[in-house]
Design a protein around this ligand. Sequence first.
Ligand SMILES: [Zn+2]
Ligand SMILES: [Zn+2]
Length: 353
Amino acid sequence: MNEYIIALHMHTRYSDGSGSHGDLANAALKTGVDVLLVTDHNVLVQGFDRYFEKDGRRVLMLVGEEIHDQARQPQKNHLLAFGITRELATYARDPQTLINQVRDHGGLAFIAHPVDPELPLFGETDISWVDWSVDGYTGIELWNGFSELKYVLKSKLQAVFYAFFPQFYAHGPLPEAVARWDNLMASGKRVVAVGGADAHALRMSMGPLHRTIFPYEYHFSAVTTHIQTNAILSGEVDVDRKLILSTLSQGHAFVAYDLPAPARGFNFTAQTESTTAMMGDELPFAQGIKLGIHLPRACDCRLLLDGVVVKRWQRGVDHTYDVTQPGVYRVECWLNYLGKKRAWIFSNPIYLR
Ligand SMILES: [Zn+2]
Ligand SMILES: [Zn+2]
């Protein structure tokens, strides 16, 4: 099984980011990221889908877009579209039409920052997703670095602190976003969770202080999405784009915060007599199914059934669980880091229905 790290959801100068596509690639080449999914606001920037290489490392850049209805007041409903080949921002007025268009054009639609609180301190409004009657999207951005910052920031002084020490602010996906995800899945939907950077490399000036807060490189070492596939990235852009998108759409992935410890190597499976299911897979429920968890290191590991913890392990790196009930099973891993317990890994679920 091969594991690739995807950094997704980021902005360049084509919208409200401060860097170029080249800056993104250079930052990614300094980290462990394998794939970048770039999403400027309401513009599909063409011509950057390619491999960037340096010192024997390579990063695949794929450009999609983040679309919302710019005429809507108040602003809501941001959608990440990956793998589309034409501009779709013209369909932004109706979220369902937009999702359908993304799908019809071979793309994947992810609801961006589903819960995104306001931050009056910096004039930032609540841009949560509100139109939950929609259907047909691939998944949601369970953990968005920027939403979380809006959630935890209480003062301008604190903002300055986090600008210099960004590693202190990330704690985990917002509980409201996690509850929303669990509820969607409990209602019978398949919803793939991804972790996004929402990287802007914003320039901040406060008095004599000028600083790029949360530079791209920081984000690429922080919240990412790890995918698992039997295939190997070939170096051929069109082939690899297909592989990345199909793996993501199947939910063979987990959300990871790699700063406390590398999450590479995590695994969650369901074993029957005849088959092994991976994250994102669905199996008919039967007695005798055994869930298996492998951790890169010991942590506070929780197995959840339909959003409720059914088992918790504090020691060891290999855990098993004999399933007795149908439902949606997923794993959360928490680690102590910089004096606080922080989310480390959120798996995609295995559906036993
Ligand atoms: Zn957004
Ligand atoms: Zn964004």
